[in-house]
Design a protein. Sequence first.
Length: 490
Amino acid sequence: MYQNIGRRAFLKASANSLAALALAPRRFAQSFQVAPAAKPQKVIVVGAGIAGLVAAFELMQSGHDVTVFEARMRPGGRIHTLRDEFADGLYAEAGAIDFGDAYTVLQHYISAFNLPFNEDGATEKVSGAKDVYYLNNKRYVVPSGSELDWPYALSAEERKLGLHGLWDKYVTHAAQRIGNPASAEWPNSAARELDGVTLNDFLRKQGASDAVIAVLRMTFLGEDFDHVSALQDMVWQPFFDRNKKWMNLKGGNDLLPRAFAERLGKRMHYGAALRKLTQDKDRVHLSVIRGGALEQLDADRVILAIPFSTLRNVELDDSFSAQKRAVISKLRYDSTAHVYLQSKNRFWIKQGISGFAQTDLPIRVVVNYTEAQPGPRAILGIETEGANSRLIAAMKPEERIRWSLENVTKIYPEMAENFDGGTSVVWDDEPWSLGAAAYYAPGEMTTMFPHVASVEGRVHFAGEHTSELFVMEGAARSGVRVANEISAAH
Ligand SMILES: Cc1cc2nc3c(=O)[nH]c(=O)nc-3n(C[C@H](O)[C@H](O)[C@H](O)COP(=O)(O)OP(=O)(O)OC[C@H]3O[C@@H](n4cnc5c(N)ncnc54)[C@H](O)[C@@H]3O)c2cc1C
C-alpha cells in the first residue's frame, strides 16, 4: 500500500472524481490545540516515530513532564533517509516518500519548523519528461501523468473511461458508503460487506473483467488486491482524493523527525527498548533495556507509539483487556522491500524520460529517488510489497541487487553499463518495525480496528495502525489525539 503513493495516486488527477466533489477539505487546525496542563503529569512516550514525536512535542508544549524512549539510535522510525550508502552526497528514502496537501497536521509542523519541500515531479514539469511502462514484455513511453493506451482486452467503453473512470465506476461509489471509522456507530452494513472480501473479489463480484483488474492494479493499492480487506483499501480513498499535490522534504524526509527531536532535547533517550509494562490505579511501571542494563521507571501515563508487531514482544500484565491483547497479538504486518541501484549518470534525461516506470514484472515499479538532487550520478530503485517483497526478503543482499539490476535492465538497458553499486532495505528484517504496514485480511478490520486505539487504564495508544489513514498523516493525527486524551485525563 506504500508503493510510491505520490506517483501512483492517480485519484488526485481525477478532476471529476465523486469523492472529491462530495467531501470538502477538512480543517484540522481548530481541534489541534492541546489544552495547557491544569495539573502537569509525568508522561513516558515509547517510540520516536512521527506519532510518538508529535505526542511528546504537544505534551511538552502544554506543560507536561515528558520523556521519550526509542529503541533505535535515531528518531523517525519508518521515516528514514539513507544518507551514507551512496556517492556524492546523494540520499534516498527507505520509508515514507511522499506527503500531500491534505496532510494538514504533518504540514502544520513542516511549516512551523521551516522545512523546505520539493513538489513531486517538479523537474519533469519543467523538462516535459515521459514515463515508461513495461507490460507483457513490451516497453511503452508516455508523457508523465498521461494515460497509456492499455495493452489489455478492454471494451470500447472501458477504454474511454480509462483508469480514473474505471476506478470511479468500480470503487469510489462503494467507498462513499463506508462511514466514518472514528464514529461510535461504525462499522455500518456497507463497511461489514466490504470487509468480507479483497479488492479482487469485490471487483469480480461487480463483473470487472481481468483486463479492468489489470488496469486498476496499476494504482498504488495494486499489491493489496489479493490479500487485504477491500474495506481497508477503500476507507482512506476520500482522504487520498483530497490530495491534489504531492511533496517530499528537500534534503530528506528525516529532517522532520530530527526537527522534533532537536526541540525535545534531553527528553529524548535512544537505544532504550521497552521490555515490560504493568500498571495499577495510580501509576504505570516500565522495564526498559538500555546499554545492556534493565532500568525500572514509572509514570502517571504512558503512550505506546510502537507498532503492534514489536509490542507483542513486550510483556504486559493482566490489566489489559482480552480484546486489546487479541488485537496486539493478531494485527498483521505487510512486507515491503526496496532495492537501490546507483547509476553513474542520468542517461534517461537525454531520452526525455523521468526515470519512473510501472511494470508487470515482480519489481513492479522503478523509482527515480534523485529527481530533485543535483548529479551526474543518480539512484534508481525498485519498491515491492507483499509476495514480491517476500521473494526479495528471502534473497541474500548481493542477490537482491543482481536480481533487481537484471529486471531494471529490461526497461533501461543502459543501466547495465552505468550500474555503480547498490543496497537494499527489507522492512520485515528491521527489528524495531518487523514489517512495513499494519493490514487486515478479509473479515478482520470491522472486528479488530475499533479496539486498536482504545485507552487501557493509564496506557494510551498512538501510531499509524491506530488511524484509518495508514500513512504519516494518520500517525501524526494519532499523536495529537493521544496528547488530547492525556490532557483531558486527571
Ligand atoms: C517503505 C515504506 C514507504 C512508505 N511510504 C509512505 C509515503 O510515501 N507516504 C506516507 O505518508 N507514508 C508512507 N509510509 C508510512 C509511514 O512511514 C508510516 O505510516 C509512519 O511513519 C508510521 O509512524 P509511527 O510513528 O506510527 O510508527 P514508526 O515510524 O514505526 O515508529 C515507531 C517507533 O517505535 C520504536 N520502537 C519499536 N518498538 C520499540 C520498543 N519496544 N521500545 C522502544 N521503541 C520501540 C521504533 O524504533 C520506531 O522508531 C511508508 C512506510 C514504509 C515502511
